[in-house]
Design a protein around this ligand. Structure first.
Ligand code: ZN
Length: 310
């Protein structure tokens, strides 16, 4: 809230050309005049209106985008530009362009539907690494969409450091999509026996138990474990996989290798609520989705968020 207020003061100051301290004085005076019946943020909005500043044109940061927002204005850098492709669906055909836009707070996929916008890519006016300004875009399924009512143009405003790592989103299993990097809370409802396989210590690729690597010939193979289990959060369930290093954080080698110990550990974990981080992948063999877990621990959300923010 306070951060919001500060950015509001900054915005009004920038648009009006008045110093931030003066804006704050105006806001406080307005608040006092209204006998404190209005919040600081509310008073700031009145001051903005009095100074003829419209919020419609406000450029927001990518991490401020939230569901239900209309007329979204953004400024950022194109960090990956995808090839323009054609579509033909339900009797409608055309082209779509897309790229990932990043600013100093996050990144988001942007989809272009308007031929005039797509033309900017063909003409080389929009390219990878260039900065752009987007006006009047909409949010659909977590992506930014531009229609013929939207505007996009190259910008000479530079952001020195942009966030290129795919943001981790917190989601329920019911809304998982393939390739999502997600954090979710769910219960372990089913667990299978661990599986073992062998890798070459040199290239980490699969090797035979007898110690043959396709690339390195005779080697001493390393034994690795993987664990399959099912998680459920009430909105859906998904088969999950935990590999060697991550697996060893919750289970010792002895527990994995000794059926009695494994069985006890399994009883202990079944029904537990966990925070899991991982990526949703498509399993082409079974033609279903699976969750490849890269981190998992018992519910301690505060600590997890703290770690993720580091
Ligand atoms: Zn090898």
């Amino acid at each position: 809230m306070d951060e919001n207020y500060q950015s509001l003061v900054g915005f009004i100051s920038e648009k009006s050309g008045l110093p931030a301290a003066e804006i704050e004085r105006k806001i406080e005076a307005k608040q006092a005049k209204l006998s404190g019946l209005i919040s600081k943020t509310g008073a700031a909005q009145i001051i903005a209106a009095e100074l003829n500043i419209s919020f419609d044109k406000q450029v927001i940061k990518i991490n401020q985008i939230s569901p239900g927002m209309r007329k979204i204005n953004l400024h950022g850098k194109i960090i990956s530009l995808f090839p323009v492709r054609g579509y033909n669906k339900n009797g409608r055909s055309g082209r779509i362009g897309s790229f990932v836009l990043a600013d100093e707070t996050s990144n988001v996929r942007v989809v272009l539907w308007d031929e005039n916008h797509i033309e900017l890519i063909s003409k080389g006016e929009l390219f990878q690494e260039c900065f752009v300004e987007i006006i009047n875009a909409t949010l659909r399924n977590g992506e930014i969409h531009l229609t013929s009512f939207s505007e996009i143009k190259p910008s000479d405003k530079i952001i020195v450091e942009v966030v290129t790592k795919k943001p981790l989103v917190s989601k329920n299993i019911g809304s998982f999509n393939v390739n999502d990097n997600v954090s979710t809370r769910a219960f372990i409802v089913q667990m299978f026996e661990p599986k073992f396989f062998y890798v070459c210590p040199g290239c980490k690729k699969k090797a035979s138990e007898s110690g043959e690597c396709l690339e390195h010939g005779k080697i001493v193979p390393e034994k690795r474990a993987l664990l399959n289990f099912v998680i459920d959060d009430g909105t859906g369930s998904i088969r999950s996989i935990l590999f060697a290093e991550q697996l060893e954080k919750i289970m010792t080698k002895e527990e994995l290798g000794t059926p009695e110990l494994f069985s006890m550990k399994k009883q202990d974990l079944l029904g537990k609520e966990m925070v899991l981080i991982g990526q949703v992948k498509k399993n082409n063999v079974y033609n279903n989705e699976e969750f490849v877990v890269s981190g998992m621990e018992e519910i301690n959300l505060d600590r997890l968020i703290e770690e993720l923010e580091k």
